[in-house]
Design a protein around this ligand. Sequence first.
Ligand code: ATP
Length: 340
Amino acid sequence: MGRITLQGVRKVFDDTTVIHGADLEIEDGKFIVFVGPSGCGKTTLLRLIAGLEDLSDGKILIDGRDVTRLPPAGRGLSMVFQSYALYPHMTVRNNIAFGLKMARLPKDEIARRVAKAAEILNLTDYLERRPGQLSGGQRQRVAIGRAIVREPKGFLFDEPLSNLDAALRAQMRLEVTRLQKQLKTTAIYVTHDQVEAMTMADQIVVLQAGRIEQVGSPLELYERPANVFVAGFIGSPRMNLLTGAVAERHDASTLGIRPEHVRVRHGSVEADGPGEAWIGTVVQAEHLGSDTFLYVDVPGMGAVNARCTGELRAAPGDKVTLLPDAARLHRFDANQQAIR
Ligand code: ATP
């Protein structure tokens, strides 16, 4: 089991409050991603759960048991860091087994667990190598292997893929997700990359300035962001957030529309329904083949981004009409909260 509960968790460093009373319920076996901009407190929250930092206030429970004052080793959680922290002079086998040897597990039990982890991670053929003879992805897998063999109640990942190049990152993203589904062990994963969050998480926890802004599945956050911050943070390219007359027409302070929910027509055309039609000029066009991203200047409204599937022939200076999907508009009040 690995149900993790945070109750009013607060952390103050010197005079600065870095985590402002976080409440969170993480179900057993789920993959949770903490995401948010640099400095929002993701790593601090993870380290509080791990026991590497003391709480200033609040409680942490694992499977209903209060672990707030327990040292890291007493919590049954395994941490995987961005820097793999492997022992360079030891073989892969000994790196993976190290923690178990320290805990004085019987030799045959250690051998069984290492063999199983190596098989799951495709490391069986590399067990006698040293870390220096491995690729970055293989090293990361050794670090994960070391966490797996401890058979923890939960894995804590702190940006484990950020040292890898883009292709390897994408591959490891799939591997880590598949592995977690296979092991069914609760995982908390810290990243500032919202694509990683969207593709890996069962539940995403969005943090800003030490506060939890929203918790939900990737699609819940995409479809129903609770506030302007989450609306702008989740989704790439980011949601258009419009203020002024266009928002006021919809009784809102801010009106949001995702670039992929804006249709583009050449020239100046009428809306084909009661919805909005915004006429503007293309400022920039990015042709990716799979998609076309347009940056359009709409007089009186400002810049609006549109994303069209496939190739759309458009160049800077072209006049276009933008037709936002009325069903996909997001309205936010003066306090930046979603109006439902
Ligand atoms: P990043 O994505 O850049 O790693 P993060 O969201 O993980 O950021 P944290 O590392 O948790 O952010 O830091 C949150 C805030 O706490 C930051 O403002 C940071 O400067 C501050 N902080 C972190 N550790 C300490 C410390 N030991 N002493 C004082 N302040 C700290």
